[in-house]
Design a binder for this molecule. Structure first.
Ligand SMILES: *[C@@H]1O[C@H](CO)[C@@H](O)[C@H](O)[C@H]1NC(C)=O
Ligand SMILES: *[C@@H]1O[C@H](CO)[C@@H](O)[C@H](O)[C@H]1NC(C)=O
Ligand SMILES: *[C@@H]1O[C@H](CO)[C@@H](O)[C@H](O)[C@H]1NC(C)=O
Length: 225
């Protein structure tokens, strides 16, 4: 086993949420003996920062949270998020939101803010200041991270928000599931560039474990933006 101290998923560019049933035997990461998880990111991984910053956010009302907390508790999902499953698999507590005054930080912190962006914009959030992807990665490594996971963008072709926004009468734009084919090219474009950027970081830090994970999970649930 690798000696792995920190796990830092960087969930930067995804704008949608997942519903995946909890797997009862999912402690695959326990052997890694992670001490802490630190997570930057956005809505796909926010466990409560945005709801504190902006109590009237869409995620602050049902059906968000209904299947896990039975109330809207800050996750932009009706249940758990990927990061929750990662924490559970590692045998760590679910990550508290950084802005939660009650948060315990012994096992890491979640800096993710729903709606935040990889690059600065007018509405960029406090926790995602205007540092570049590269600078942020370097800073995380400098702070002692030994393993970083960069999730690739997911297939976004069936996101209800996008299907509404980019609706077209052009039948050939849709695949057999009535999803917009072209949108997946955007995900693929993003992931190709992410992979290249990771290779660059790897050159500088050959002792680090850096990887990109892509997923083909297509079970989208609630969405806001
Ligand atoms: C923090 O804990 C207090 C007391 O239990 C509670 O009233 C408050 O809602 C909690 N804050 C958050 C953001 O969870
Ligand atoms: C219809 O969609 C396909 C696939 O996206 C595209 O190649 C084609 O140019 C579109 N046709 C029109 C008339 O917009
Ligand atoms: C997606 O990208 C591939 C290769 O880059 C290209 O061949 C294909 O036409 C693109 N599809 C759409 C619908 O734009």
């Amino acid at each position: 086993m690798f000696s792995c101290k920190f796990l830092l998923p960087l969930l930067l560019c995804s704008l949608f949420f997942l519903l995946v049933p909890p797997a009862s035997n999912s402690h695959l990461l326990k052997d890694c003996k992670f001490e802490a998880i630190y997570q930057p990111g956005d809505s796909i991984s926010d466990t409560g920062n945005n709801i504190i910053e902006n109590p009237s956010t869409t995620c602050a009302r049902l059906p968000y949270g209904q299947n896990f907390y039975r109330k809207a508790a800050g996750r932009c999902s009706n249940g758990l998020l990927m990061i929750d499953y990662i924490a559970l698999s590692a045998g760590l507590p679910l990550l508290d939101a950084y802005l939660n005054p009650n948060s315990t930080t012994g096992h890491g912190v979640n800096f993710a803010v729903a709606g935040s962006t990889a690059l600065p914009t007018d509405c960029s959030k406090k926790l995602e200041k205007s540092s570049s992807w590269w600078e942020r990665s370097e800073r995380i490594i400098g702070n002692g991270a030994t393993r970083i996971v960069f999730p690739g963008n997911l297939p976004i072709v069936c996101l209800p928000a996008f299907l509404t926004e980019f609706h077209t009468n052009n039948a050939t734009a849709y695949d057999e599931f009535h999803c917009l084919k072209e949108l997946n090219n955007l995900s693929m474009y993003h992931n190709e560039h992410l992979q290249k950027a990771i290779e660059e970081v790897k050159k500088e830090h050959s002792n680090m474990i850096l990887c990109m994970v892509t997923t083909t999970i297509l079970t989208y649930d609630y969405y806001v933006w």
